[in-house]
Design a binder for this molecule. Structure first.
Ligand SMILES: NC(=O)c1ccc[n+]([C@@H]2O[C@H](COP(=O)([O-])OP(=O)(O)OC[C@H]3O[C@@H](n4cnc5c(N)ncnc54)[C@H](O)[C@@H]3O)[C@@H](O)[C@H]2O)c1
Length: 263
């Protein structure tokens, strides 16, 4: 049975990736590794298997991957390293202080970059030719982002590591790509928007302002948008694509905010 491992697949973009992998018929089952697993939506029940682990913890990752391969088979076909982001107090600190505390800098890098290495190191050696890995980076990894400097540095690291891993695994027939999502209103933006906008009630407004001022296409992105790109990259339709980063961002990384009439 063909199956994928999706980290952070319990909600947000991760759940979008899980749905899209089935829609694309890229796999028949998905193992979700998440810190806080949630029961999958009813229509996915039976095809999604949840495993609890912190992707920043080597021992927990090893145990989760052992349990997954025991249950679903020794050779995962697809790996989506998607878990990442930050916590409300990290965003608060970034919006109020010019410098991250060293502790928070380290936690951003641990969650967003080191986790990709830990999970890949455990899963990739079990994959066979035809396998595919897709890492979730961010537009923050492609553009300077002082408010989230540690997050941006970690996500830029994910792009670099994606390219190195693509070269490492290419001769084994395993492809490695990344996506750089733009602006999606998940829990991350509920918290980031609250930190930027000055409270929970302003979170959605801060998000909409970012979409309006940064996005040439003028629309927010969704977990479905990101999921479909990931599913394509992990399917045989992308058989000759490796080491690439695909921005799904309505054009933000083109680098020129759209000119709109003054408000
Ligand atoms: N939302 C956006 O606008 C946006 C933009 C660019 C990139 N991203 C990236 O997309 C990915 C998913 O973000 P999201 O917006 O869906 O966020 P989210 O907070 O809704 O979902 C993150 C998921 O990861 C899980 N998770 C968090 N820490 C974990 C850990 N240590 N171990 C295991 N699981 C953990 C959470 O429980 C949750 O299910 C992240 O890597 C994020 O950086 C998001």
């Amino acid at each position: 049975m063909k199956y994928a491992i999706v980290t952070g697949g319990a909600r947000g973009l991760g759940l979008g990736i899980v749905r899209a992998l089935f829609e694309e018929q890229a796999v028949e089952a998905v193992a979700v590794i998440d810190l806080r697993p949630e029961p999958p939506p009813a229509e996915l029940a039976g095809r999604v298997h949840s495993f609890t682990a912190d992707v920043t913890d080597e021992t927990q990752v090893r145990a989760a991957v052992a349990a997954i391969t025991h249950q679903l088979g020794p050779h995962p076909d697809v790996l989506c390293n998607n878990a990442g982001g930050g916590e409300a107090n990290w965003f608060e600190e970034g919006s109020h202080a010019e410098w991250h505390s060293v502790e928070i800098w380290r936690r951003y890098v641990d969650l967003n970059l080191n986790s990709v290495y830990l999970v890949s190191k455990e899963v990739a050696p079990r994959m066979r030719a035809g396998g595919a890995i897709c890492n979730t980076s961010s537009i923050a990894g492609m553009l300077a982002t002082p408010l989230l400097a540690a997050y941006a540095a970690a996500k830029a690291g994910v792009i670099s590591y994606t390219r190195s891993l693509a070269l490492q695994l290419g001769p084994k027939g395993i492809r490695v790509n990344a996506v750089a999502p733009g602006l999606i209103y998940t829990k991350i933006w509920e918290e980031l928007g609250a930190a930027i906008g000055g409270g929970k009630d302003h979170a959605r407004l801060a998000f909409e302002h970012a979409v309006r001022t940064l996005t040439p296409l003028g629309r927010e992105q969704t977990p479905t948008d990101i999921g479909r790109a990931v599913a394509w990259l992990c399917s045989d339709k992308a058989i000759n694509v490796t080491g690439q980063v695909v921005a799904i961002d309505g054009g933000i990384v083109l680098g020129r905010p759209p000119l709109r009439p003054a408000e």
